[in-house]
Design a protein around this ligand. Structure first.
Ligand SMILES: Nc1ncnc2c1ncn2[C@@H]1O[C@H](COP(=O)(O)OP(=O)(O)OP(=O)(O)O)[C@@H](O)[C@H]1O
Ligand SMILES: [Mg+2]
Length: 336
């Protein structure tokens, strides 16, 4: 569902809010790396290199691409766990790209992260009720009884009713991810960055967690940036999908449209190797040849050209602009 115009958010007392919860403009994140043993030269890993996208209130934007293309760096920079090299991160109408640690405290009440490994994000020596209690206390809920009530409510929401006195190791992987989700929800966020939230879980459990995320989104009016390399999941959960290659977004479209009609040769190849229910017919696998180039020195022009079967001279000379080729369908390729 994408929300047009202004929407009224119940938790803000019905005040109208802008339709976009997040707008990312020309975002770049470069990591410095030493080029020699003695550290004389420095080069930059251009992990995220000038990307633009937005997320509407109540929307799920999927972010896909091969390993190392910059998905996690995008999520972590949006959340300001990493400082951006350049660009704007407009979250609920404010550019948070250069917010101080103190200013970010209010942002973290509204934006949270759920990532792949629930074990790594939970303290093994803390009962899960206490772990959530800590978050509530840090964010200013002073009354102990009120916090206890809220913990019960949160655990109930994720299907772990009455489990507050257990330790992380007493849960299964899926249950631990439920705890992590409850903890992320504790502060009542509006946007959750989900970075491969189910890839460490058994396939049979993945669907339960995905459905929980969808239910919570609908019930609480949340928005998600859903990062995953699993295209079937992304198709299932997302309203729109952005495809990333070597630090750039090469295509962005409504999920149905992208899977039915991928336009960028990279998306075509990526989507051709997954069997998404109902889209198998006449589908030929396109095997991508060659290695992903280094993000330290990406190819000139179009970054995908070294692996693209349609590449022409123009592709090595000029970087393709973003073109709109349909309703909400954007592609960055000289073929269009
Ligand atoms: N702290 C860092 N210092 C240097 N390079 C980094 C750092 N973090 C990430 N990178 C590099 O940035 C690029 C993008 O990494 P990122 O983790 O964002 O990719 P990803 O799309 O999330 O991959 P995956 O699907 O494997 O999780 C990679 O080349 C990676 O090696
Ligand atoms: Mg990642």
């Amino acid at each position: 569902m994408s929300v047009a115009g202004t929407v009224r958010d119940l938790r803000s007392g019905g005040e109208p809010l802008a339709a976009r919860i997040l707008e990312v403009r020309n975002l770049k994140k470069y990591f410095p790396v030493k080029t020699s043993l003695f550290g004389k030269g420095t080069e930059f890993v251009r992990a995220v290199d000038g990307i633009n996208f937005h997320i509407d209130y109540g929307e799920i934007l999927g972010l896909v691409g091969e390993s190392g293309c910059g998905k996690s760096t995008t999520g972590r920079t949006v959340l300001r766990l990493l400082d951006p090299t350049e660009g704007e991160i407009i979250f609920e109408g404010q550019n948070i790209a250069h917010f101080s640690k103190r200013q970010l405290r209010t942002v973290y009440k509204n934006m949270q992260l759920v990532f792949q490994d629930p074990f790594a994000s939970l303290n093994p020596r803390k009962k899960i009720g206490n772990a959530i209690d800590e978050v509530l206390a840090v964010h200013g809920m002073k009354d102990k009884e009120q916090r206890r009530e809220r913990i019960r409510e949160l655990l109930d929401m994720v299907g772990l009713n009455g489990e507050e006195d257990k330790y992380p190791h007493e849960f299964s992987g899926g249950q631990r991810q439920r705890v992590v989700i409850a903890r992320a929800l504790a502060v009542n966020p509006r946007l959750i960055i989900c970075d491969e939230p189910v890839s460490a879980l058994d396939v049979s459990i993945q669907a339960q967690i995905i459905n929980l995320l969808i239910n919570l989104k609908n019930r609480l009016g949340l928005s998600y940036l859903f990062i995953s390399h699993d295209l079937r999941l992304v198709k299932y959960i997302s309203d729109r999908v952005a495809v990333m290659y070597l630090g750039k977004i090469v295509e962005l479209a409504p999920a149905e449209e992208l899977f039915r009609n991928p336009a960028h040769p990279y998306s075509m190849a990526l989507l051709s190797v997954v069997t998404v229910l109902g889209s198998e017919k006449n589908k030929k696998k396109i095997i991508l040849e060659g290695e992903v180039p280094s993000p330290v020195s990406p190819p000139s022009g179009c970054r995908f050209r070294t692996r693209c079967r349609y590449a022409t001279k123009q592709c090595s000379e000029t970087e393709p602009e973003v073109k709109c080729i349909g309703d909400g369908h954007f592609v960055s390729c000289h073929l269009y």
